[in-house]
Every structure is written in C-alpha cells, then in structure tokens.
Design a protein around this ligand. Structure first.
Ligand code: F3S
Length: 385
C-alpha cells in the first residue's frame, strides 16, 4: 500500500504505531491502494457490558500514549451517567464504564454518547468519515451521501488517532452501486422498520428500494433495521436518496409487500409487555414531543425513552421530558435499551424499532414485541394489548 512520508512517520510514533499497523493490515486485506484522510470519527462498542475488562484495559493502555487527531464522537454507553442507580446499575459497572469514558475523553473524544451523530456533526455530501455504529453508517451513506465503511469500535479509534482510513469499500464510487431492486409498500406507521428487517435478510449488498416517498424517520428506522438483520451499510430509494440515479439500476426485482404484513403479525404483542422502550436509534426532537403528548394521558406500563443528553438543553425538550416523567415514563440519556444491562430486569419488552427487535432477545435475553410508536403508546396508556 502506498504511504506518504507523513503517514510513514506515524509508524514510528508511540500510540499511533499500533493504530497505523492495524489500518494497514485492513487496507491490505481489502486491496486498498492508499490511505485517505477522514473528517470525522464515530466510535461504537464503548459499553462496558459489551467490551468487558479486555476492552477497558485496551482503551486505557492506548490512552496513555495516543491522542485523537480528528474530531471523534462516541456511541451510547452502558448506563445514564447521572441516573445509573435508577436504572439498577451496580457500582462496579458504573466505575468501569466511567474508566472507559475517561480514557476516551483523555484521547480527545467528545462524550456525546449518541448513536445519531448525523444530526449533530458538520459533515455532508461526499465527505469521507470513519464511523462505527451500524445505523449511523447506513444513514450517512444512504440519506446524506457521506462516505464511510462499517467500522468497528477498534478501527474507528485507530482512525481517530491517525486521522486516516484505508481507501476501499464505500469510499469508492463503484462500490456504491445497487445490486437488487426491492419493492416495498409502506402503508402503516411502523412498516418501514419491518421492511428494513426483511430487506436486511435478502442476499444483496446494496438494495435499490422502490417505495412511496419515505419520511426521514422512516428512512432512519428502515436503515437501522436492515443494518441489524443483514449487515447492510447503504441503500438507495428511487427518486429520493441523494445518489439514487448516480449509477446503473439493477434489473432483478424482489417484491416484499406480502411479507411486511405477515411479519408485522408475527411480531405484534401476544402478552402485556412489562416495559415499553423507545429510542433505537436515539429519539430526536419530533419523537420526544410526540411521546410527551401521549404521556399526558398517563402511562400504566413503564415507558423508557432513550435520547442524547445534548437535546435536553433545549427548553422545549426539557419540558417534554418533565411531562413524560410525571406520567410514568423515564427519559434516559447516554445509553439505550440494547447496550445497557438495565433492560434485563424486565421479561417482555415492546419496541418500535426493528433493530431493537433483532438485538434485545439475543443480547438482553428478553421477549420482544413490535408496534409503531403510536401502538406502543396506546399499549402504555391502556395498560393492556
Ligand atoms: Fe442506538 Fe442502541 Fe439502537 S446504540 S441504534 S439505540 S442499539
């Protein structure tokens, strides 16, 4: 792989050396001819629940020698760093999670603890970034025209330290071409997340979706779901997403319309849930305001809402949070129902997210049901399905 002189120097700098070697190895595996600079880095895999002592020690060790060269934000951690007791988190977990966060901060990370960096970062069409967190990756590539591969927590840290990523995969035009057309009929609220679950499982790299015009929240939910069920990192939506007509359109077509209806039936609640968890990906302004409106009717089943702490600085959102909390809900920051062990206290969780529907049974070992945001709220208000 070709390296500039400056890039070669990183191989001799303590802290950067190990990161540079890691990126070179990855670059060689994918036949990258060179490194490119990245404008932003987003680091996932920072929950102590997921990375344990091995991950904690690796990050702490690196933080003794390395500093980040580009702006780096971080994904949700394993707890709300202010209300961890209320979530039932142990002191030992709290202490180890804080060590991970402090080590990342020491290297220069911004502790946003949000999985929606696309709402906050100053990056746009055509920018090269190194983002981990699958929902952020797919949203960036598909909806914003930003270019990123699906990084791991470790490769994202290596990119933050070096400011570089190998030039391969979705950084290159020819790898952003769709290879299958998929027809979906999004009729009801919540269908986009279900369609995403189904699309993820279809064998193809980049789906070209034929649909009615999707709302921003539907694009977000659908992308997060297909990244979870099938590791997708990009999609196009005909007449909508920014690169939909840049490349050749695939000939083969798959029709998913009947499957959406039947999957929807399969995942609807069959029993009363004991928790309703909203915010995967993290809730943004509109969703929080909508939940606050429903909350005014009072929740009979606990509702946990996950969002990013910076949103609560907004007076309107802070008021919405008060309303939700006065009426039986909780608004937690810095974490989510999937990466926090707190959800394990419950047995049956209802979500409006295809990603949470996929991961909660596997990672938190809870039964999981699906409904649109409105359906989840109605179950919470009525206290029954
Ligand atoms: Fe975000 Fe957690 Fe879902 S990190 S995308 S809310 S699994």
């Amino acid at each position: 792989m070709y390296l500039t002189r400056d890039e070669e120097k990183l191989l001799e700098e303590e802290g950067s050396d190990v990161c540079m070697r890691l990126l070179i190895t990855i670059g060689k595996v994918f036949n990258a001819e060179k490194m490119i600079k990245v404008k932003s880095v987003h680091i996932s895999g920072i929950s102590y629940q997921n990375i344990g002592d091995v991950g904690l020690e690796w990050i702490e060790e690196l933080s003794k020698k390395a500093k980040f060269r580009v702006k780096a934000t971080v994904n949700p951690s394993g707890m709300d760093i202010e209300r961890w007791r209320e979530m039932g988190i142990s002191y030992e977990f709290y202490e180890k999670q804080m060590r991970i966060l402090k080590a990342l901060e020491k290297m220069g990370a911004k502790l946003e603890m949000s999985c929606t960096p696309y709402y906050f970062e100053r990056v746009g069409f055509g920018d090269n970034v190194a983002w981990a967190e699958s929902n952020a990756v797919i949203y960036a590539n598909s909806v914003m025209g930003i270019r990123t591969n699906r990084e791991s927590g470790i490769t994202a840290i290596a990119s933050a330290v070096t400011g570089l990523t190998p030039f391969y995969g979705l950084h290159i035009d020819e790898n952003r071409v769709a290879d299958l057309r998929i027809k979906v009929d999004i009729k009801r609220n919540g269908d986009a997340a279900i369609a995403g679950c189904l699309i993820g499982k279809i064998e193809c790299n980049i789906p070209y979706i034929i649909s009615k015009e999707l709302r921003e929240s539907e694009l977000k939910a659908m992308g997060a779901a297909m990244a979870a069920t099938g590791g997708k990192a990009m999609f196009h939506v005909e007449n909508q997403t920014p690169e939909w007509d840049f490349y050749d359109i695939p000939r083969e077509v798959v029709d998913l319309n009947d499957d959406i209806k039947s999957m929807r039936e399969d995942v609807s609640p069959t029993e009363k849930p004991d928790l309703i968890a909203i915010g995967c990906p993290h809730c943004y302004v509109g969703e929080i305001l909508k939940i606050a409106e429903f909350a005014k009717k009072g929740f009979k089943i606990p509702v946990w809402v996950f969002t990013c702490r910076r949103l609560l600085k907004n007076k309107v959102i802070a008021e919405a949070k008060e309303i939700i909390e006065k009426n039986g809900g909780r608004v937690f920051c810095d974490t989510c129902m999937v990466v926090s062990p707190a959800t394990e206290r419950y047995e049956k969780v209802m979500v409006n997210s295809g990603k949470a529907l996929t991961y909660l049974p596997k990672l938190r070992k809870v039964s999981t049901f699906f409904g649109s945001l409105e359906e989840c709220m109605n179950v919470a208000i009525n206290g029954k399905i």
